[in-house]
Design a protein around this ligand. Structure first.
Ligand code: HEC
Ligand code: HEC
Ligand code: HEC
Ligand code: HEC
Ligand code: HEC
Ligand code: HEC
Length: 453
């Protein structure tokens, strides 16, 4: 079932990509489509087009800098490639914008070519009009981080429509058969017709039990299929696809104790917590070119791990002998594992920032010896013991609700303090059960609109 769905989605994605590429018109300075891909892979962790994320909004940045600062795209190339060097050179605006953003360091992108940067800038200047949400989703699937975010919804709709079509067809055949039988009984028919229809109705009379039996079986199968599909929509617990690079969380997060948020930094700031770009890997793997760890997964040896690390170099175009980038990059297509249907709104920062203390308090009660990365583990399980990531919970609506019902919120966090200043006392009176325990449902955690678009 799962593999069928995955292939199906790949098909949808391919069609989406085909449509979106053929629909776009090139001929500008850069290629905004490629720019969009690069932007999503490298920049969305910290930037959005139209709102401040970690860094400023980048829509129209070329014009803005030209108008406000008199800077041309040359400056932007230098900044994007190596903003640290640009600042060190004493560039006035580079230092100004750095101060303005509380000295948050932007990542360097030495491996982006000039053409890549032109493409990205073209995208920020003329973002392709979002065709439809679905098309945008499919395009996103082409970016190198995710492979299968085509909506469950689309799949579901197609499935429903085809089942309805089959049902419709069956009903139509049944009606036609009955009409024919009725015709056979009417007296106005010509002799010729009579014999023909008669012979048909004879056949029907003989075999209609078989036919009805078949229909009944089909109907039962269809009902069973629909029921199953409704019950299991989007449940992939245990789903663990093979990835293009054998990246082990057990080795990184477990053995090496690397903080989840070093790699999944956007979990803190945004709605999604993306897969790190290859540049993040290179921060460490520029120097770690082989595996010398004591831990070896049964069946794997040092040579295997070394080979996997080499894949990072192949992907980023890093030449370890010459210690420089060749400029030849090949995107790594991680297969996405967790993926809520389109109609669900899930926001990491609501949980990792606003809900952090509440989740830690409640989760630690159940698992007292778990101290590191507690908030992530509450939902994702013991990722730091998994060589291959798999879904640790079933990520269904019931699962979300269960936690919202039982997790006591932290009334002292900034978010709740600000938004529920006046509500606080009222809530306490309204929820006197459990000694005034206020759980997430009290602040709207069970409202349909909070989780559904
Ligand atoms: C790790 C976070 C991070 C990533 C990834 C990142 N940026 Fe930035 N960017 C920043 C921050 C923060 C600033 C604000 C200046 C500062 O603090 O250095 C900034 C500033 C900028 C500016 C100057 C904007 C202005 O208004 O002056 C441009 C242009 C820019 N980034 C482009 C990019 C592009 C293009 C990418 C992707 C290739 C990218 N950034 C990726 C964090 C990031
Ligand atoms: C060194 C970087 C790094 C660290 C540290 C790291 N991850 Fe990951 N994570 C990745 C990469 C790369 C992938 C994509 C490949 C894969 O699925 O294994 C990933 C995938 C995931 C996924 C699945 C994403 C999907 O497709 O749905 C989850 C969940 C996740 N990480 C959670 C965590 C948690 C929790 C921690 C801390 C215990 C953590 N990660 C630490 C790099 C990292
Ligand atoms: C914070 C530093 C750091 C980052 C970031 C990092 N790694 Fe590693 N990586 C390590 C260390 C340390 C080892 C183990 C080396 C040893 O024990 O000799 C390792 C080992 C590996 C190995 C061999 C073991 C295994 O997991 O299969 C692979 C492959 C690997 N890293 C891939 C990646 C990828 C892909 C990324 C980016 C998503 C990444 N690493 C990011 C530090 C890092
Ligand atoms: C309240 C539960 C919850 C917590 C806490 C949580 N996650 Fe997630 N995570 C999810 C859900 C649900 C998804 C699927 C989101 C989607 O498909 O839109 C997800 C998806 C992901 C993904 C896949 C990429 C994406 O954003 O879809 C990564 C990586 C990830 N989480 C990492 C983390 C890390 C790291 C932490 C801790 C800082 C964390 N998560 C904390 C529930 C949680
Ligand atoms: C481990 C427990 C846990 C799980 C699982 C969980 N949540 Fe939450 N959620 C919380 C907590 C705690 C808060 C309250 C944060 C705060 O204090 O504002 C919250 C808040 C929210 C809010 C904001 C509610 C509001 O009124 O501000 C939404 C929306 C939400 N969660 C959606 C989801 C969805 C969708 C899922 C399932 C995919 C999910 N949550 C799973 C613990 C959880
Ligand atoms: C805390 C978040 C949350 C709240 C509140 C919530 N839902 Fe959901 N809902 C989800 C998630 C997550 C899914 C997707 C489950 C999956 O993919 O298996 C879902 C799926 C559904 C589905 C699809 C069928 C299914 O069970 O998968 C329907 C219908 C639905 N929700 C209706 C509602 C209605 C009506 C309400 C208000 C009474 C509501 N939801 C409140 C999170 C929520």
């Amino acid at each position: 079932m799962i593999s069928w769905r995955k292939h199906y989605k790949k098909g949808l994605v391919a069609i989406g990509l085909l449509l979106s590429t053929s629909a776009s018109i090139y001929g500008q300075a850069g290629d905004p489509k490629n720019g969009e891909k690069l932007f999503k892979a490298n920049c969305t962790a910290c930037h959005a087009l139209d709102k401040q994320v970690v860094g400023p909004a980048l829509k129209g940045v070329v014009d803005r800098l030209k108008k406000d600062q008199g800077l041309d795209t040359d400056w932007l190339h230098k900044w994007i490639k190596d903003n640290v060097a640009l600042r060190a050179s004493g560039d006035k605006y580079a230092n100004e914008v750095f101060e303005k953003h509380n000295k948050t360091v932007m990542q360097q992108f030495p491996n982006l070519s000039d053409k890549d940067i032109d493409d990205i800038l073209e995208y920020t200047t003329n973002p392709p009009a979002p065709v439809t949400d679905k098309a945008a989703d499919a395009t996103k699937a082409g970016a190198d981080t995710a492979q299968v975010p085509a909506s469950n919804n689309t799949t579901s709709n197609v499935a429903i429509i085809s089942l309805l079509a089959i049902a419709g067809l069956l009903v139509w055949i049944l009606i036609k058969l009955r009409q024919l039988v009725k015709l056979g009984q009417s007296e106005e028919l010509s002799v010729l017709n009579e014999t023909r229809v008669k012979s048909f109705s004879e056949i029907y009379a003989k075999y209609h039990y078989v036919g009805k039996g078949l229909l009944a079986i089909l109907a039962i199968l269809a009902t069973y299929g629909i029921w199953n599909w409704i019950m299991w929509i989007g449940v992939y617990k245990g789903y663990k696809p093979e990835q293009p690079i054998y990246f082990s969380h057990k080795i990184h997060a477990g053995e090496q104790k690397i903080d989840c948020q070093l790699c999944h930094s956007s979990a803190k700031y945004g709605k999604v917590s993306e897969i790190p770009s290859m540049n993040v890997c290179m921060n460490c793997h520029r120097t770690i070119s082989e595996y010398n760890g004591k831990y070896l997964e049964p069946g794997k040896d040092k040579a295997f791990y070394d080979g996997e690390i080499q894949k990072i170099y192949a992907a980023t175009g890093w030449d370890p002998a010459k210690q420089q980038y060749t400029g030849k990059t090949t995107p790594v297509e991680w297969t996405r594992i967790h993926n809520m249907p389109d109609f669900v709104y899930f926001n990491h920062s609501q949980h990792v920032i606003a809900g952090e203390q509440a989740i830690i308090n409640s989760f630690n009660k159940k698992n007292p010896d778990n101290k590191i990365d507690v908030v992530c583990k509450a939902c994702h399980g013991k990722i730091d013991t998994m060589n291959v990531v798999q879904m640790a919970n079933d990520f269904t609506m019931g699962w979300c609700i269960e936690c919202h019902r039982t997790t006591e919120i932290d009334m002292n966090n900034g978010y709740n303090k600000e938004y529920f200043k006046n509500l606080h006392e009222k809530l306490k009176k309204q929820y006197p059960k459990d000694g005034g325990k206020i759980t997430v449902d009290a602040i709207g955690g069970l409202e349909c609109g909070k989780c559904h678009y």
